[in-house]
Design a binder for this molecule. Structure first.
Ligand code: 3PG
Length: 397
């Protein structure tokens, strides 16, 4: 009944920071991947006899209670997945939280209301964050950090609370870090990185850091149009970040210098306007009409990307290739996802939209080496940035 260096947890109140930030349609959870990924740590603690108090955020409310960001539906789903009811506190550190925690028996689980209903959680002011962390810490005897998707945030329930309680790293954070480390320390080669998503500006750090490590970089998604434009092609009404053109050109020059191939799509699925499936058609990437906008990579590109992935031994993929939520623009993302399932080696899907895409398109999660629960967190790790939620555990051992 001990947990990962915490010693005896039976009968103790253990605060667990999980990342339960799932997409909701009203009160319906549309992808429960993060809840399922959080279950093993919560269950292990409950099985060990701990009184488990889960703290988490949902979305970005403005530091005050807002019913549209309530974690109530998540409490219910968590209970279903655990096979035991989860007591839900209607506040985070107030009267309801205190009563709910006091009423827990050994082995029972409670979830506190959205931690971001409190201004102290995300405050940039150390004292304000610390004061809120004091309140959180008073609810427990120990802390387990298991919200991998938020370890890049210096926030009270991620960072400051670990300075106030005996703490341990949860199983999910441990597993995520292990996999990501394999992408940065002596990855098996060929090592292919696939990047998509809408903006180049979100991926600058990753490109910068991985350019020297990967053997090939495949670029799709909205960000590809800035690459095509940098090569001198017109991109019509497609997404374009003019202010990143020079940066992109510098990446291309560096790639050439060090012998890394940057593979761009040769055909593009365009439409007359965003989401207009009826007008979807395939055009050469070098001849996008002035009045069209690109919404997916084309079939030839999907096949070329799959071929580039066929002999890879390590793959990291972040960001969809197109507007995968609509069938007419989903095939590029599907082709990349399918190619990843065939990789003989380590294939990692990096968080957020790409993880949701894989599940939405009906792929079996087990066919991938690892599907990260962290979007920003996994990118920042690969950028070589320090993750406050991890460093604080090391510093305060
Ligand atoms: C995420 O969705 O990437 C994490 O839950 C972190 O959320 P945040 O970007 O609002 O901090």
């Amino acid at each position: 009944t001990e947990y990962n260096g915490l010693g005896e947890v039976s009968g103790k109140r253990v605060l667990v920071r999980s990342d339960l930030n799932v997409p909701l349609d009203g009160t319906t959870i549309t992808d429960d991947g993060r809840i399922r990924a959080s279950v093993p740590t919560i269950k292990a603690l409950a099985d060990a006899g701990a009184r488990v108090v889960v703290v988490a955020h949902l979305g970005r409310p403005k530091g005050e209670p807002d019913p549209s960001y309530s974690l109530a539906p998540v409490a219910e789903r968590l209970g279903d997945l655990l096979g035991a009811p989860v007591a839900f506190a209607s506040d985070t550190v107030g009267a309801s939280a205190k009563e709910t925690v006091a009423a827990l028996a050994d082995g029972q689980v409670a979830l506190l209301e959205n931690v971001r209903f409190n201004t102290g959680e995300t405050s940039k002011d150390d004292a304000a964050r610390g004061a809120f962390a004091d309140e959180l810490a008073s609810l427990a005897d120990a802390f387990v950090s298991d919200g991998f998707g938020v370890v890049h945030r210096k926030q009270a329930s991620v960072y400051d609370v670990a300075q106030r309680l005996p703490h341990a790293m949860g199983a999910l954070v441990g597993a995520e870090i292990d996999v990501l480390r394999r992408l940065t320390v002596e990855p098996a080669r060929p090592y292919v990185v696939v990047l998509g998503g809408s903006k180049v500006s979100d991926k600058l750090g990753v490109i910068d850091n991985l350019l020297g490590k990967a053997d090939k970089l495949l670029i799709g998604g909205g960000m590809v149009f800035t690459f095509l434009k940098a090569d001198g092609h017109e991109v019509g009404k497609s997404l374009l970040e003019e202010d990143q053109l020079d940066t992109v050109r510098s990446y291309q020059a560096r790639a050439k210098e060090i012998g890394v191939e940057i593979l761009l799509p040769t055909d593009i699925v365009v439409a007359d306007s965003f989401g207009d499936e009826a007008s979807a058609r395939v055009v050469p990437a070098t001849a996008i009409p002035a009045d069209a906008l690109g919404l997916d990579i084309g079939p030839d590109s999907g096949a070329a990307f799959a071929a580039a992935l066929a002999d890879a031994r390590t793959v990291f993929w972040n960001g969809p290739m197109g507007v995968f939520e609509q069938p007419a623009f989903a095939e590029g993302t599907r082709a990349v996802a399918a190619a990843l399932t065939e990789v003989d080696g380590l294939s990692v899907v990096g968080g957020g939209d790409s993880a949701a895409a894989v599940r939405t398109l009906g792929f079996d999660e087990a066919a991938f080496g690892h599907i990260s629960t962290g979007g920003g967190a996994s990118l920042e790790y690969l950028e070589g940035k320090e993750l406050p939620g991890i460093t604080v555990l090391e510093e305060n051992r």
